[in-house]
Design a protein around this ligand. Structure first.
Ligand SMILES: [Cu+2]
Length: 170
C-alpha cells in the first residue's frame, strides 16, 4: 500500500479514536494534585478480577491508587463510566491487533512511536494505567463529579469475565 495512505489510515483507525476518549475524561473528574492527596487505596489485579472490587470515595476527594498486577497477563486499571469502558474496548482490541499488547507484554517502544505521530497520545490517559505482570503503577484522581463510575480492564474478554468493579461516590 502507498505509504502516505497507510499513514493516514493508521491515524484515523488508531490514533483518532483514542484522542476522542481523552477529551471526555473531564466529565468524570480530574487528574489529582500529587501534593494534595487525601487517601491512598491499594488495588491488586489478578486474572481477571480486582481486589477490592468495590470502593467508596467522597465527592471532592483526591485518591492515590497504588495498583499492583499480581496476575499472569497484562491488565488495565481504568476509571470511567460504563459507556466509556464499552467505547474503549475496540481501541484496546486495536492495540492487540498491532501487537502493542500481547499476553504478558506491553511493547512500550512501539507505543511511543505511535505517540510521536500524535503528542497527546503520550499523556492522555491520566485516568488509567496498564501494567505487565508483577509490576506496579499509580493513578492520582480527584473525584470532583457526581457520577456513577467503574474501575475496569478493557483488554478484550476481561471486562466480560468480571474485571470490573464499582466506584461509589458519596
Ligand atoms: Cu485485564
Amino acid at each position: 500500500m502507498n505509504k502516505i495512505l497507510s499513514f493516514f489510515l493508521t491515524f484515523f483507525i488508531f490514533i483518532y479514536p483514542i484522542n476522542s476518549i481523552a477529551s471526555s475524561t473531564k466529565s468524570i473528574g480530574e487528574k489529582g494534585d500529587p501534593k494534595n492527596i487525601d487517601r491512598v487505596i491499594k488495588i491488586k489485579m489478578y486474572d481477571n478480577y480486582y481486589e477490592p472490587n468495590s470502593i467508596t470515595v467522597k465527592k471532592g476527594e483526591t485518591i492515590k491508587f497504588v495498583i499492583t498486577n499480581l496476575g499472569e497477563m497484562v491488565h488495565e486499571y481504568n476509571i470511567g463510566t460504563k459507556e466509556m469502558h464499552i467505547k474503549h474496548q475496540p481501541e484496546m482490541q486495536r492495540l492487540i491487533d498491532h501487537e502493542i499488547i500481547t499476553f504478558d507484554k506491553i511493547d512500550k517502544k512501539k507505543m511511543k512511536e505511535m505517540s510521536k505521530k500524535d503528542h497527546s497520545l503520550a499523556h492522555s490517559h491520566s485516568n488509567s494505567v496498564m501494567l505487565e505482570p508483577q509490576t506496579k503503577g499509580e493513578i492520582i484522581w480527584k473525584f470532583s463529579k457526581d457520577i456513577e463510575l467503574e474501575m475496569a480492564c478493557n483488554i478484550p474478554g476481561h471486562y466480560e469475565s468480571g474485571m470490573v468493579g464499582k466506584i461509589i461516590t458519596k
